[in-house]
Design a protein around this ligand. Structure first.
Ligand code: SF4
Length: 352
């Protein structure tokens, strides 16, 4: 299987059959070989810098009912909250002082945040923090809405495609949501000019190596600036409560493959990775990741933004999270960078 890793490094792509054979045939030795190659590429483009993103989870209301998600509409035991513009700006002020130069506004698909309200929030952040990047992660909206938010000053947008395969997508989501629409949103975002991030869950229910192969082919075609992947972790108040979580091992392997396929992409070692293993994020960095996303949400609401069970860092102050991550990154020979940390993957939209 080493030859497939070499081929991937040399050509930047594999066929569907090769992807699934490589994913199925992985071994610990092969993983080590992959991670070495992935680290070398990451060092070539991004050195030993780790970019930080200040995550502000500003609403946990959501109109959708994704079967895996702890804040899905049907979870009546979730305690719901919203942050207003002033509370969001306070998080940014605190984050700026801690060295954050990217703010990620993340939330469920909450109808309260109309275009008017979101434009006002984005413009205010842009005005107060002109040297910072503003990233939105607020789900599927119309192209017109994406355009208005971009014009207001948003730079980046995160929207995981979750799984590329339409049938698999339908096993994870109610009928009102489709893979095709989600993917169309991503093409719209790219065309508008956002630095676009997508990604998927590893080990989600019913997922096969062929599904992961399709995800890799989709990533190659979309050529996003960021790719966020994390293990599926069940939430006890969802239809998938009893399903087995994705593994650290497969998630790390996929991180290494993504780094090889898209050498300049921004690749976070996610909180979900840190949740399934105490040193999951460090291992993610050593597999080729180069971003971490500490939480800037107010401590009072942290425990309510639970997409999955046992999420880490729900009780820590932002400053604590920042210091903890700095220690963790230093312990493996990496440094946290105080910068916007823009993606070097700047290729224009080429195909749909
Ligand atoms: S995954 Fe996103 S869209 Fe789906 S229910 Fe959760 S917050 Fe809403």
């Amino acid at each position: 299987m080493k030859h497939l890793i070499d081929k991937l490094e040399q050509t930047g792509s594999l066929s569907r059959d090769e992807w699934s054979a490589l994913i199925r045939g992985r071994t610990p030795d092969l993983a080590e070989y992959l991670f070495e190659r992935a680290r070398a590429i990451r060092h070539k483009y991004y050195g030993h810098d780790v970019y930080i993103r200040g995550l502000i989870e500003f609403t946990n209301y959501c109109r959708n009912d994704c079967y895996y998600c702890g804040i899905r509409r049907s979870n009546t035991s979730a305690h719901r909250y919203r942050l207003d513009k002033e509370a969001i700006l306070e998080c940014c002020t605190k984050g700026y002082g801690l060295g954050f130069r990217t703010f990620v506004l993340q939330g469920g698909e909450d109808g309260h945040y109309t275009d008017e309200i979101m434009v006002d929030i984005v413009q205010s952040i842009r005005e107060h923090f002109p040297d910072c990047a503003i990233t939105l992660s607020i789900g599927e909206r119309t192209r017109e809405s994406y355009q208005r938010l971009y014009d207001a000053g948003a730079d980046r947008y995160l929207l995981r495609h979750e799984t590329c395969d339409a049938d698999h997508y339908q096993k994870l989501h109610p009928e009102s949501l489709t893979a095709a629409h989600r993917q169309q949103c991503l093409w719209d975002l790219k065309e508008i000019g956002y630095q676009t991030g997508t990604g998927f869950m590893v080990g989600s229910p019913f997922q096969t190596p062929e599904n992961l192969a399709d995800d890799m082919l989709f990533l190659k075609k979309l050529n996003p600036q960021m790719v966020g992947i994390g293990p599926f972790i069940p939430h006890h108040e969802t239809p998938f409560a009893e399903y087995t979580a994705g593994t650290l091992e497969l998630t790390l392997f996929m991180l290494g493959l993504i780094r090889l396929m898209l050498p300049k992409v921004l690749l976070p070692a996610t909180t979900a990775l840190g949740t399934i293993a105490p040193d999951g994020r460090e291992k993610g960095i050593l597999a080729g990741a180069n971003v971490v996303m500490p939480n800037l949400s107010p401590v009072e609401v942290r425990g309510d933004y639970l997409l999955y069970d046992n999420k880490i860092c729900t009780g820590d102050e932002a400053a604590e999270c920042r210091k903890c991550l700095e220690r963790r990154m230093n312990s493996i020979g990496y440094d946290i960078a105080v910068s916007r940390g823009d993606s070097l993957n700047t290729a224009p939209v080429t195909a749909e």
